[in-house]
Design a protein around this ligand. Structure first.
Ligand SMILES: Nc1nc2c(ncn2[C@@H]2O[C@H](COP(=O)(O)OP(=O)(O)O)[C@@H](O)[C@H]2O)c(=O)[nH]1
Ligand SMILES: [Mg+2]
Length: 315
């Protein structure tokens, strides 16, 4: 364990790959590895790239990585594709679109699919990001399809979130409904070589007026043609500016704090649910009628508190 943690910190990509496999497979040493490395996280700039399938996220990532590499930054990429759990087709596609970096050992690419539940995926994904962070990569990109709650959860671990849209219609409204508009820090209108770009930009601006109460940061709307590398410098510089702004305003600390708060609370909920499972069952079995849920919950809670020695009024 010492060994693999140390090797990850030494930027050994093979150790990093193994660590991420531990995370995915729920290896018995997973928890210890994560705990050992957690103190070394928090240095990477975590960048979330989201948008609907086919928006050009992977092509954009490929282009952005080039810019970061030119700046001498090392980059880790987690490509999440919950939509294709078994085929691996889309993941292969990601590989192809990011192949410019295949030979570069300043770039680490990892695809993650759903092996278990979607919730499990977002958990594994966050852990993978942490391992990459601990390994000293400067930038950690997470690419995910912006559709459901767990993707939204994954995105929330990012310091900076870019939403990729393209002229096609429906896209914006979908993102709006999914709650992504509110959390995006940078809007990228990709496929700017296709017609309808300015109209799309207008729609985004209109919706931004509805959602934005951004005080320190006004999300820019940028145009790109990822397949031709157009607009990449601009996107990188705005993403970087956002991180600098987070550092200045202390907003980054706030983001990470609320992220941790959510995570700890969720872990406690799981543990608590585990603890009371038997109580709930026996309480329901023992009641004559099928017990009403309000009363049963109150009774179980009381029992739990008694069992764990919490005195009345001492919540
Ligand atoms: N015309 C045009 N096509 C693009 C652009 N960016 C990506 N594409 C194409 O859109 C398709 C989906 O791209 P991909 O990067 O895999 O999208 P993802 O599913 O969001 O990761 C591919 O066929 C790309 O070649 C662009 O700027 N202009
Ligand atoms: Mg992709």
């Amino acid at each position: 364990m010492e060994n693999i943690a140390e090797r990850i910190r030494n930027k050994e990509l093979r150790a990093l790959a193994r660590g991420i496999s531990y995370v995915e497979d729920n290896h018995e040493q997973k928890q210890e590895l994560l705990s050992t490395l957690f103190p070394h996280t928090g240095k990477a700039h975590i960048v979330g790239i989201t948008g609907s399938p086919g928006a050009g996220k992977s092509s954009l990532v490929n282009g952005l990585v080039k810019v970061w590499r030119k700046q001498g930054k090392t980059v880790g990429i987690v490509a999440v594709d919950p939509t294709s759990p078994f085929s691996g087709g889309a993941l292969l596609g990601d590989r192809v679109r990011m192949r410019d970096h295949e030979e570069d050992d300043g770039v680490f690419i990892r695809s993650m699919g759903t092996r278990g539940s979607l919730g499990g995926l977002s958990e594994a994904c966050k852990d993978a990001i942490r391992l990459m962070d601990a390994s000293g990569l400067d930038i950690v990109i997470v690419e995910t399809v912006g559709v459901g709650q767990s993707e939204l959860d994954i995105m929330k671990i990012a310091d900076t979130i870019a939403l990729v849209l393209y002229p096609s219609g429906g896209d914006v409204i979908q993102a709006f409904k999914a709650g992504i508009m509110e959390i995006a820090d940078v809007f990228v209108i990709n496929k700017a070589d296709l017609p309808g770009v300015d109209q799309l930009k207008g729609e985004v601006e209109d919706l931004l007026h509805l959602t934005a109460e951004h005080k320190d940061w006004k999300p820019p709307i940028l145009k790109t043609v990822s397949t031709e590398g157009k607009g990449m410098d601009d996107v990188v510089s705005r993403i970087t500016a956002h991180k600098e702004q987070l550092l200045l305003s202390g907003g980054g600390t706030e983001r990470r704090l609320s992220q941790l708060e959510e995570e700890v609370t969720r872990r406690l909920k799981e543990q608590f649910a585990e603890d009371i499972r038997d109580l709930v069952r026996s309480e329901l079995e023992n009641s004559q009628e099928p017990g009403d849920p309000y009363d049963t919950a109150a009774r179980v809670y009381r029992q739990y508190r008694e069992k764990s020695g919490v005195k009345e009024g001492n919540a």
